[in-house]
Design a protein around this ligand. Structure first.
Ligand SMILES: *Cc1c(COP(=O)(O)O)cnc(C)c1O
Length: 353
């Protein structure tokens, strides 16, 4: 089966060998306070910084998922209120999870085809955190660098937090434009699920210390104390950290391969525009189309038929999500997916869509 599911998604073929190496090396039986682990942690943070273009003064944390990052941010980093801008299910869910922990949230829904900018909206004076979803995996939209910049310049004192789960490590993001970026590794990192990565600017540490919340094992105050020593507050997913290190060391900088992702996205969109008799792009505004998650709309019977015939022929398409569950399907365009597999799927789909 070749998976085009946008999470968990295709993992890099090298993962088999790396996992064997991990088992044989003894790292999986090493204590997470040992020099062996500390060395791995440090090397992984170094390669993350160089591959993703993360400024040296930013900190990196290993969490268990992107969902956990929602909780950590709500527990440790909000003063006054947080403002959430969303056009789909993941952005909305982030707001809902936050609200249960920290009730003072401000929600701003925007349209699927809208190119979001800060100018159009006013958050309250109490807002100290702006929450944006870079790639809304549920509907295949993506923010532009201009969007994030517009929030940063309009709200210079707020922390800007970005859910980059479906784009971090797939396309180059301007990390210095925001204070918090996070993702889980089963999307663009091409790894098995079960780990999140959270990247934080120096302003985040100031905020965490100012609030001083340390009631949870994953509270930011505690996490900073431990990460100063390249350790985690809990026993981390050592296997996934090891696999992350090996994969990143091999793949090199995102900036070098983002053109492949961008060209493949253009190719997918053109493919559906040219050949789609019974299906079309869910998103109409070209400037908000995601480069990593392709969402296609069709009648329910067509969606069902396509997913079924794909499965019978060895391809897994991504289901539609929430309100789009029945009338869309999604195709991941993540780095671990191989060109030859895309070509095979397109050849199969060309006269069926
Ligand atoms: C997949 C996804 C999540 C959730 O990731 P988990 O690893 O399940 O916590 C959150 N946000 C976005 C945008 C996603 O695509």
């Amino acid at each position: 089966m070749i998976s085009f599911y946008p999470g968990p998604s295709a993992i890099y073929p090298q993962i088999v060998g790396y996992t064997k190496d991990a088992l044989e090396s003894g790292i999986l039986s090493s204590n997470h306070r040992s020099a062996v682990f500390i060395d791995l942690c440090k090397k992984t943070i170094d390669v993350l910084k160089s591959n993703l273009g993360i400024p040296q003064d930013y900190s990196i944390f290993f969490t268990s998922s992107a969902t956990e990052c929602w909780e950590i941010i709500a527990q440790s980093l909000i003063l006054g209120s947080s403002a959430h801008f969303y056009n789909g299910a993941f952005g909305r869910r982030w707001m809902e999870v936050t609200q249960k922990i920290y009730p003072q949230v401000e929600g701003f829904a925007f349209d699927l085809n809208e190119e979001l900018t800060a100018e159009k909206y006013a958050v309250s004076d109490k807002t100290s955190l702006i929450c944006l979803t870079h790639t809304e995996t549920s509907n295949g939209t993506q923010l532009s660098s201009g969007t994030i910049k517009s929030f940063k310049s309009k709200y210079p004192n707020a922390l800007i937090a970005i859910d980059a789960t479906s784009s971090l490590n797939g396309i180059q993001l301007e990390i210095s434009e925001a204070d918090i970026w996070y993702a889980s590794v089963q999307k663009c990192f091409g790894l098995p699920s079960g780990m999140g990565i959270m990247i934080c600017s120096p302003k985040v540490r100031e905020r965490a210390l100012l609030i001083g919340e340390n009631n949870h094992y994953n509270s930011m105050v505690n996490s900073y104390d431990m990460m100063d020593k390249f350790q985690t507050t809990h026993t981390p997913n050592i296997l996934n950290i090891y696999l992350l290190y090996r994969t990143l060391e091999k793949s090199g900088a995102v900036v070098l391969r983002q053109n492949i992702i961008k060209n493949r996205a253009k190719d997918w969109y053109k493919f559906f525009e040219m050949n789609g008799q019974r299906s079309k792009l869910l998103v109409e505004n070209e400037s908000v189309l995601s480069e990593t998650v392709i969402a296609i709309k069709a009648d329910q019977e067509v969606v069902e038929e396509l997913k079924k015939s794909c499965l019978e022929n060895g391809f897994v398409l991504g289901n539609g999500y929430k309100e789009y569950a029945k009338t869309t399907f999604r195709i991941a365009n993540f780095p671990a997916i191989e060109d030859v597999h895309i070509k095979t799927l397109q050849d199969f789909l060309i006269d069926k869509i």
